[in-house]
Write a protein that binds this ligand. Structure first.
Ligand SMILES: C[S@@+](CC[C@H](N)C(=O)[O-])C[C@H]1O[C@@H](n2cnc3c(N)ncnc32)[C@H](O)[C@@H]1O
Length: 237
């Protein structure tokens, strides 16, 4: 994470600073070739018009899922392999992660994944109302210092955009190992009238989602001794 801000638009068409890391290690020659050849076919370009997400895929998908900040794309690719009729849009800004996604999509010959390579909020504002079945935000950058909390992806703006683009009955899944970020998200989501926390009993949220395999970040958290995670599902009412 660097402190150098970028300036994507927020949902109101105003500027908000983005503080994530975009460029990582230099790609290997093979990775670089694949990146240059395949990324243009896989990546989403925005225009002034609203985006029709179903039209991004060769066959109209039965469902549409967005994953925000997919990191090394392990979860994104696993889900896409398991549900070939579902269209997946992965959002990631970090070049090393994007390269990993391109490699895996190419190797598995997946037709049902498209990539957005900029701040996910820029994509959300271009999506039509009620166009998504679900959105994953798995282990977002925690920004632990109080003065950096406003850089967190979850905010009243992003939650209201998520509520707009997720269909009634659809879901928003948020996982974190950082208790303070869990509290932060819970407090804001409970104030968002269109989301309801789905839980059978208190503490349920420590159980991972069905079919879950730990993401790369989750594995790192475990190695560093952060053994407990929160897996929230918010239902769009
Ligand atoms: C802590 S990592 C977690 C990665 C992955 N989900 C995992 O669990 O292994 C957070 C990721 O979100 C990405 N990210 C942060 N802000 C983003 C944004 N506004 N839009 C898209 N990706 C973002 C970062 O580049 C980073 O790769």
């Amino acid at each position: 994470m660097t402190d150098k801000p970028h300036h994507p638009l927020n949902a109101d068409g105003e500027l908000r600073a983005f503080f994530g890391r975009r460029v990582g290690k230099k790609l290997h020659a093979g990775q670089d070739k694949l990146f240059k050849e395949r990324l243009p076919e896989l990546s989403i370009t925005l225009s002034d018009a609203k985006l029709d997400p179903a039209a991004l895929f060769p066959v109209t998908p039965a469902e549409l899922i967005v994953e925000i900040g997919y990191g090394g794309a392990e979860h994104l690719v696993r889900e896409a392999v398991a549900a070939p009729k579902t269209g997946f849009i992965g959002c990631e800004v970090y070049s090393g992660g994007i390269a990993k996604a391109v490699q895996q999509i190419d190797a598995a010959e997946l037709e049902n994944v498209r990539l957005f390579t900029d701040d996910a909020l820029k994509l959300l504002v271009k999506l039509p109302d009620a166009s998504l079945d679900g959105v994953y935000l798995l282990y977002p950058d925690p920004w632990p210092k109080t003065r950096h909390h406003k850089r967190r992806f979850v905010s009243p703006t992003t939650l209201s955009e998520l509520a707009r683009v997720i269909k009634p009955g659809g879901w928003f899944r948020f996982a974190t190992d950082i208790e303070d970020y869990a509290d932060w998200t819970l407090a804001q989501a409970l104030r968002a009238p269109l989301f309801r926390l789905e839980t059978a009993a208190p503490g349920d949220w420590h159980n991972p989602y069905p079919g879950w395999a730990p993401t790369r970040y989750e594995q790192k958290a475990r190695r560093e001794g952060r053994l407990i995670s929160f897996y929230f599902t918010f239902r769009r009412v």
